[in-house]
Design a binder for this molecule. Sequence first.
Ligand code: NI
Length: 510
Amino acid sequence: MTSAAHLSVRARRTGLTVLIGAALLAPAACTSAAPTASPTTSAASSSTSTADPTGQSGLPEGGLTIPGIEVAQSVNNDPALPISIGRPIVPGQAALTDAMKTWADAKETAFRGDYLPSPESAPELNITWQVAMANGSILGVRLHDREFAGASGQSTNQVFYGDAATGTVKQAVDLITAGKVDALAKLVWDGAAKLAAPIEAAAPTGSAAARLLTDLVFAPDGTLTAYLDQGSVAAYSAGNLTVTVTGPQVTPLLSDFGRAVQAAVASGAPYAVPATVPAAPSTPAEPVQPVQPAQPAQPAQPAQPNPGAVDCSTLKCVALTFDDGPGAYTGKLLDSLAASGTKVTFFVLGQNVKIRPDIVARAVAAGHVVANHTWDHRDMKKLSATEQATEVSSAGDAIRNATGVTTTLLRPPYGSFNESVRGLGQAIIMWDVDTLDWKYRDSAEVTRRALADVKPGSIILMHDIHATSVDAVPGLVSALAQRGYTLVTVPQLLGSTKAGSVYYSRSRAG
Ligand code: NI
């Protein structure tokens, strides 16, 4: 994108903020794409609209951070059928957490039913999430599903709302009273039709109307923004369209729950889970957790400690590496590594670092190395050079904000990279021992595979998002030590690394 286009995005964002109030979310005009159509601002207009012509992001910028949220990250590391699913585990909101899991599981099941693994043209599923609103006892979470097959891709959003005070969980369309869904769909459709020629003559009704309204978020002034899937109203090439409906227009259409969400956003009250939750027995009472505004930069930690004086030219060195976190088991792994005095290397996802900066800072403070596994685990070969650069730089920024460390080590998701990835200023860190821990989910099998293939100078691939992998670590560490291995970090193993070079082990690089 040119700098002129950037300027137009900024101008548009400013304009939209005025129109829809101080929104919790940045409007849909993402930095990756400039809208082409102007929002309608005439007094007679019922709505304002924007378009994201490339539709590459499908996800509004921003997202809030809620203390205590854990990430459930699920990744299959089959390069022929790459699947990465991240979703939140929300403290005090078991019903919300379960509903999002059910939705993501259904997407994965459908995807696996639709596509077979293909090494030549791998279909990809990638689900990510962000907090859409957080006020009072209500939390809104947007799940973002992207599927790619061949040259085409499609994406869809679903916003879930959970009320910690009542244990209620609803989807976006439930903000609208049942008999009024068609009416809102028509308002939204007509607003979107001002931006791009609609694919159908008339607005959808019934279940088709409900399918249009999967991403609805209030602004503090009571307006409702509908964020539309690409291809849902106009041609796919028109991008993601957003339509904002004014408070006076939308309020009569709202359900009781919708009015409660609208009021919570308008209140501006910080998100807090009630101390006693009258919900399902599986929901433990949580301490009150005030919402944090945008994640602040953490106080800078000391720079990554210098690799200790380990001479891997004479010692039998091996590096344990853990991908895809930080996650729910990373803290337990750090405990067990501390007990044995073992230092390892974590290749982390930027979006998970943003949620759990504390645990990444703890890893660095304990002497581990934290390095880049991109922002959200896309197959880099499917992305443009610009998108590849953003994946790496945004994850690098998240790591730096959390730890003060600037990393120049990159492990591309699925081990998938091309020449332009090599040009991003990072050393590419692959592996020569694959425990296939994501596949077998069996601690004994993880250990067996690691010990069967390990050689002096090996880099062992594991994933700390699996309990079975974390459970295997104490036994694996002592078995390696018994065989005379010294466990080191990747920088200790490789010494100085070169940007653009690819490292599979200490002795195999190119
Ligand atoms: Ni990975």
